[in-house]
Design a protein around this ligand. Sequence first.
Ligand SMILES: [Cu+2]
Length: 116
Amino acid sequence: MTRGFVISVLMGCATLAAASPSAPRGMAAPTISVSIEDLSFVPAQLSVTVGTTVVFVNRDRLPHSVVGALGEKEQFHSDGQLDQGESFAVVLDEPGLIEVSCGIHSRMRARLIVTR
Ligand SMILES: [Cu+2]
């Protein structure tokens, strides 16, 4: 199930994520940001290790949402839509290939390859 997932929404904290890798207690886990611009996730593919925090930052004028799925199983989703300047952070604590999409624009896709 989704046990162990720590999901938090950071409102308007775009620069925070890029500047400081805020690791969960006792773990030196990295933080990586994915930008949403011009109806795309940038980068569209990312390889990370388990425990990495990924922060999705909406730098687009349009609202977007973030949905992550491992196969048929949803792994995470943003709390509603992200307006310009808002962000959504998720800790990836299971290995696998996560397909990321936008719940508003179905052609927006990204992949997160999570390894141990
Ligand atoms: Cu979108």
